[in-house]
Design a protein. Sequence first.
Length: 495
Amino acid sequence: MADPKGFMTTPRREWPRRPVEERVRDWNEVYVPGALLPIIGEQADRCMDCGVPFCHQACPLGNLIPEWNDLVSREDWRAAGDRLHATNNFPEFTGRLCPAPCEAGCVLAINQPAVTIKNVECAIADRAWEEGFVPPRPPDRLSGRTVAVIGSGPTGLAAAQQLTRAGHTVAVYEKDDRLGGLMRYGIPAFKMEKHHLERRLEQMLAEGTRFRTSTAVGRDVDAAGLRSRYDAVVIATGATAWRELPVPGRELTGVHQAMEYLPLANRVREGDLECSPLCAAGKHVVIVGGGDTGADCLGTAVREGAASVTQLDIYPQPRTERDEDTEPWPTYPKVYRLSGAHEEARDLRTAPAADADARLFAASTLRLTGDADGHVRCLHLAGVDERRRPLPGAGRTLPADLVLLALGFSGPDRGDGLIDQLGLELTPRGTLVRDAGFETNVPGVFAAGDAARGQSLIVWAIAEGRAVAAAVDRRLTGSSRLPAPIGPYDRPMTV
């Protein structure tokens, strides 16, 4: 604990964002470049080095947060980077994309603003890359065992890196033409620029991990045949079966899933397309769904020049502070949060009829109507009560030329044949069945990440990747020194 009084003398300061008018004209990250390091030392000083650090429990990775806070305070960046990477393969991802349940569990957050753990993490990771503290770590010797990892999202990449470093020969199969899963085509560049991803992939290549892109297992490669060629298979395909909106008018042109819209916008940034076929320029856009994916659609539509953008959230507007009766510390509370995209929509007044920023809360879609050509033109909604039932007389209509559905995901998609070819069992929720060792009903086939857990956070995805790697290593060699931060049945802290 570098400054015993830091938590009393130093206020919380977060990484400042660039001015809205500036950042909506480009696709770069929303934060002011270089503005984090000057403030991060004193923010790390706010850490109290608690005797029982609940931030450890709130983070499924078990990040050693007080330790690297102290090292940052002392400007020992190499040691801080080592402690950070001891529990997290990709801290530059989580430092940008994670909603930081660790901060909700910070002991200081009982009666003060929490330590800026996420910002400190990001600063350490970026400094480690700048100073060359993150070299490739190829294994000293090979085990002679082979593993196929299906999916190159955070779970698949974490599992592959851990298994490669343990000495196994690992091949990652990715159905898209580029690696990264949702981090590549689902996450907009203004939240995480893709050079962070490319840098990690180059590191993994140098360590010996092999990659096979444009290869959908089950369609391009027979899944059963793949299983016979490898000593073990890890399924980390994510939860890509999106939820639908069963209302009249869903069939109209101009109604699309968020994960149809976002990948096209990202492909424009990659140089594959000059303009997205679903570009929001000049259109009235309505986003159905109040989560992070909806916010990603919001920021993307604003940058594409939409005439208006409104986001519908079926839940009531959250409180500005934690409700200690229903969501006591250290659980992650549902409070009103202003993401970069919502700040942009608020300042630019993209949705004049919204309750706050661009959001309409306690709003449920009743039906969609279109023009004579079958193109959507209006979304009809109603206010809802606490049980999400439509209220009489609370209806309204929004103009809508493009409707984006961001309602979450239920489990892995069965369309490519992977599940059926291997004969994998599914839970009633549609996720893959697995035992206490992450193994499915098919011997030697393991399941990890959202495909088995269900839709979750990036920290849980990486933790799953690390844990399944330990399980695979143990099956192949009889024991494992790889860390296993979570079990398959572990869940976030709740009331």
